[in-house]
Design a protein around this ligand. Structure first.
Ligand code: AMP
Ligand code: MG
Length: 417
């Protein structure tokens, strides 16, 4: 089972920067070693376990890039158009009936193998047929409109790398190599709990002072996007002993335990105490807004992360703490989040030495450039602020003021997972 090494919990400083937190996670989380084999159709989103070098060149044989007429490069029309006898026909998947000789052109179609003797193809749009011959214009370069074997990827070239999360185009490359199965890291198993006496699951009866648990479903959906196998463990009451035993119980068969709620400093926030009694705890006071404290720990050898209960804080801290942990557990490269420059259409005052995320919607400005419009309210409990926006503007630690027209970095929600 994957583990966080103990010494990371020597960390108890007053405020930890987001980069520091990510660095500690990347350095301390041990990757899951188990590899499984999946068919191509099930490979998207999985983390590749081993490097793959091209077992054959792509394209595997030299072929025509267009529909047209194939000729020898040393037999091209010089100075003016010239008529050639059409010596045969070769289509995709077929083979040429004979080599192409001087004075001859062979009808050829896109993807068809180049006939022996030919290395140049005239596009059919550029020629005309006259008296049973094909008239080819002058001026084409030898080798034009041909795709040489291996021009895309030569045989033996490193093509896919262990630790990369497979995308549709990566799966296509594996298929082009003729592979049918890929070795991938097994899915990371995550146990998810909500905590709070005020919560009931959708479908249950809600008392007047209760609300439906929404975070658990948000977090499970985010984990699913990261390719995790999610264990939905429901809602835990605000009570130390039962919390502790529930957390202990799931430790053995999961790679990560995730909770939401109960990590603030109120006296009804029992998650910290429960983790302390079930394992080891450190509270990360991250310099991030929305965020508040995030609890980290180890329970029975399994990493534990306790996210705040406010939906927006839960969302943002997931991105900066849970995402890197999942990637580290699966041995995936931590792709840095790269904000896209957009123009702020808002004023915002911010504290120095703290990373802040502003929920924004994008629109086209008068000059066609993209502008970020701030969601009008700021509460970390406003689910509508996540639903009605396109992403987050990231303001780094040094920023204290944003003014309209200033360039800021935008992270779309889609780019975060
Ligand atoms: P806590 O972090 O437990 O103090 O919770 C902070 C706020 O988030 C409270 O208003 C909770 O009711 C709310 N909250 C906590 N957990 C959830 C949840 N799973 N779904 C929706 N709201 C929650
Ligand atoms: Mg609570």
């Amino acid at each position: 089972m994957a583990q966080l090494s103990d010494d990371c919990f020597a960390f108890g400083g007053p405020m930890m920067s987001v980069d520091e937190a990510v660095g500690i996670i990347a350095a301390r989380v041990t990757r899951v070693e188990d590899v499984e084999t999946v068919g191509l159709a099930a490979a998207d989103g999985r983390v590749l376990a081993r490097d793959i070098a091209a077992p054959l060149p792509l394209p595997p044989f030299t072929n025509s890039a267009v529909d047209g007429y194939a000729v020898a490069g040393r037999d091209l029309p010089q100075g003016e158009a010239q008529a050639y006898a059409v010596s045969g026909r070769v289509q995709a998947g077929g083979s040429a009936p004979a080599p192409v000789k001087p004075g001859e052109a062979m009808r050829i179609f896109t993807g068809a193998p180049m006939p022996e003797g030919a290395d140049t193809v005239f596009m059919q749009e550029d020629v005309r047929l006259e008296d049973g011959k094909v008239v080819l214009p002058a001026g084409l370069k030898p080798g034009a409109n041909v795709r040489p074997a291996g021009e895309d990827i030569p045989s033996g070239r490193a093509a896919l790398t262990a630790g990369q999360r497979l995308r549709p185009q990566d799966v296509a490359l594996a298929a082009a190599f003729g592979l049918t199965q890929l070795g991938v890291v097994r899915r990371i198993r995550v146990a998810v709990f909500s905590t709070g006496n005020e919560l009931v699951s959708p479908g249950e009866t809600r008392a007047a002072a209760q609300l439906f648990d929404s975070n658990r479903f948000m977090l499970m959906a985010m984990l699913a996007r990261l390719g995790c196998e999610v264990g939905d463990l429901g809602i835990l009451r605000d009570e130390r002993t039962s919390l502790a035993s529930a957390l202990k119980k799931v430790a053995g068969d999961h790679d990560l335990i995730l909770t939401t709620g109960g990590v603030s400093t109120g006296e009804e926030d029992h998650v910290k105490a429960a983790v302390e009694s079930a394992g080891k705890l450190v509270l990360w006071r991250m310099a991030i807004k929305p965020g508040r404290p995030v609890a980290m720990g180890i329970i029975g050898g399994t990493p534990f992360i306790g996210l705040p209960g406010n939906p927006v804080a839960s969302f943002v801290t997931f991105v900066h703490v849970v995402r890197p942990t999942i990637l580290a557990l699966s041995g995936a490269k931590l792709q840095p989040l790269v904000p896209m420059p957009v123009r702020a259409a808002f004023t915002y005052k911010k504290k120095i030495a703290r990373r802040e995320y502003v929920r924004v919607t994008l629109r086209n400005g008068a000059d066609g450039g993209l502008e970020a419009v701030k969601f009008p309210r700021e509460g970390a409990g406003l689910l509508s602020s996540l639903v009605d926006t396109d992403g987050l503007v990231e303001l780094d630690e040094r920023v204290t003021l944003v003014e309209p027209g200033q360039t800021v970095g935008f992270l779309s929600y889609a780019s975060l997972l």
